[in-house]
Design a protein around this ligand. Structure first.
Ligand code: GLY
Length: 376
């Protein structure tokens, strides 16, 4: 089943070379066609990541050539600092230049990825002890704000520390992860999307949301970023606490899935026949569950639980949410939502959903774990 789903995804991706040209897909707005940009969105790395996954799986130079072209484009984005004022530099460069380094040991790709880590470090704020997600330093609203999504950006810093031995990367990533664990994750394993601190003193102010149903609700994709992000932090830090948090968040996620095991957009949104799903949240969570399972001993009884939960959701995504290689389809996964709250692409293709769906399939099919960390 996984192999067939990967073959379908390869076909859609190969057709997208011509459709997208040198541009980058972001989300659909009509449920059919991706909006394209010139590498200006926070999501551009996911297209690069999809191309690298396809290149790695097939060994086909056509996929590699497209992937390398995207890395050149990321070089140019770095040189011109195009839309760099945010923490998503981690997403952008982990799946583009870092992927090329991991697969090919290309020194220029490594150097570009280290430049990206330095750019992300510019967002480290010493006084409150956090990586500022959005806005410029001193920004009145965002100056002391963290976002759970950042847990997928800090692997870039953990990696840069491994590569260079520079403690500053590790210190920032580790402190940010601990702050996120303490303030974004609640006692029952649910999560805030975002949390505010006083930028001068670091005093905690309040939790809130940006894309969720309400301030105290659990935005499904945020929960999924947490599951995968804390699992990755556990791997880099060899931390049982981080792994426990990832597991706790995963259990919360799993226990609240509807019968078809694909999450609605927020765990606290009222469920009606019109309530939107977020298939991307389930794809991200599947990667996180598989990452957790990978870190558990073969004799650990929870290993089967986490792997089984990931498989069950992936079976549903493949059967009921994928485009099955439809020749007209531009996306791999239907029914993602960008921001139901904001009315932006509430029931659409979202390129990160496609990326994590393919990463999860590759993990299931051959144990290939994406490009968040060096292969063993
Ligand atoms: N990181 C932005 C989002 O998940 O929408």
């Amino acid at each position: 089943m996984w192999q067939k789903a990967i073959e379908d995804a390869l076909q859609v991706t190969a057709r997208n070379f011509d459709r997208f040209g040198d541009r980058f897909p972001h989300v659909s707005e009509d449920g059919k066609h991706y909006t394209l940009n010139d590498n200006t969105e926070w999501t551009a790395g996911f297209w690069s990541g999809i191309l690298w996954l396809c290149a790695e799986y097939t060994g086909d130079p056509a996929f590699r050539e497209q992937a390398v072209k995207t890395v050149r484009n990321f070089r140019s984005r770095m040189d011109r600092k195009i839309v760099f004022d945010h923490h998503d530099i981690g997403f952008l460069y982990s799946l583009s230049s870092k992927a090329q380094w991991i697969l090919e040991r290309d020194e220029e790709a490594r150097a570009l990825t280290l430049e990206a880590a330095d750019m992300l470090m510019k967002r480290w704020r010493e006084a409150p002890g956090l990586i500022q997600a959005w806005g410029r330093e001193g920004d009145a609203e965002n100056g002391g704000r963290i976002i759970i999504d950042c847990m997928l950006n800090i692997p870039l810093l953990f990696w840069a520390h491994e590569q260079t031995g520079r403690e500053s990367y590790l210190r920032a990533a580790e402190r940010h992860a601990h702050k996120s664990r303490r303030f974004l994750v609640r006692g029952d394993g649910s999560s805030y999307h975002t949390f505010f601190f006083d930028p001068q003193t670091g005093d905690s102010i309040r939790g809130g949301t940006h894309q969720g149903y309400r301030d105290g609700s659990t935005w499904t994709r945020g929960q999924a970023w947490g599951i995968y992000g804390f699992a990755l932090a556990a791997r880099y830090l060899h931390s049982a606490d981080m792994l426990d948090t990832a597991k706790q968040m995963a259990r919360y996620f799993d226990a609240r899935l509807p019968a078809d095991r694909v999450a609605y957009w927020d765990f606290d949104a009222p469920i009606t026949p019109d309530t939107k799903r977020d298939s991307s949240a389930s794809a991200i969570a599947a990667c996180g569950l598989l990452e957790i399972a990978d870190q558990l001993d073969e004799s650990d009884p929870e290993r089967d639980f986490f792997r089984g939960a990931a498989e069950a959701s992936m079976i549903s995504l493949v059967r009921h949410y994928s485009t099955h290689g439809d020749p007209e389809a531009e996306g791999l996964l239907k029914h993602g939502s960008y921001s139901v709250r904001g009315g932006a692409s509430p029931d659409d293709y979202v390129i990160w959903g496609d990326y994590y769906y393919l990463e999860a399939l590759m993990r299931l099919e051959r144990g290939a774990a994406g490009y968040w960390y060096e292969r063993g």
